[in-house]
Design a protein around this ligand. Structure first.
Ligand code: MG
Length: 202
């Protein structure tokens, strides 16, 4: 199982980190050991003192495909869920300044909490609202309508480089409002008003 992530897919989030809006999707990957399922806690690593939450809609791939045309790309997606792309912002800044790859800041163990999924036929893909609460307070709110690259464009783009397989996941980018997590925090992600993700920071 592969995990792909899209960076800077919401212009307000690109702006809050001082990044330009990209002309093609920014793609990076995480390892399968990044996934936290079924409400497993996140153990805060000690190599960072600035881990940020980034709530994201997550696509689940249902059939193998490569070089998929955008017009057919949604046929490869079975379900959409919600996840967090934990980011060691201090480490990422250090790596970015040196022009080095992001993996250490993005793909570490537990960096991809994953909630429950909803079948695509129960969603209006162009208008999925989603949100993250930190200790009961709303900290991020987004809508798929605001994505720079659509689900179809993302699936098509990734498949030009990597063969997609059943069960692969794509984290589709975070809206603005990212922030630091602390030990003891409870993070809860929702699509619409359905709470689908629960993660405690330990
Ligand atoms: Mg992200």
């Amino acid at each position: 199982m592969k995990i792909f992530c899209v960076g800077r897919n919401y212009s307000e989030h690109a702006a809050e980190l001082g990044n330009a809006v990209p002309s093609e999707p920014v793609i990076f990957t995480k390892q399968d050991t990044a996934i936290l399922k079924n409400g497993e806690p996140f153990y805060h690593p000690d190599f960072s003192s600035d881990i940020h939450y980034e709530v994201e809609l997550v696509l689940k791939i249902q059939k193998m495909g490569k070089k998929i045309k955008p017009a057919f790309a949604l046929q490869y997606v079975s379900e959409i869920g919600i996840g967090i792309d934990f980011t060691a912002r201090d480490k990422q800044q250090e790596l970015k300044q040196k022009g080095l790859p992001w993996e250490l800041a993005k793909a570490f163990d537990g960096s991809a909490p994953l909630g429950d999924f909803i079948p695509v036929n129960q969603l209006d893909l162009d208008n999925i609202s989603f949100s993250l609460q930190q200790n009961g307070k709303m900290v991020q709110q987004g809508n798929s309508a605001d994505m720079i690259f659509s689900f179809a464009q993302i699936v098509s783009f990734i498949s030009q480089y990597f063969t997609l397989k059943v069960g692969d996941l794509i984290y589709t980018g975070t809206p603005s409002g990212v922030g630091k997590v602390n030990i003891g925090d409870v993070l809860e992600g929702s699509i619409g008003n359905k709470k689908l993700l629960h993660c405690e920071v330990k």
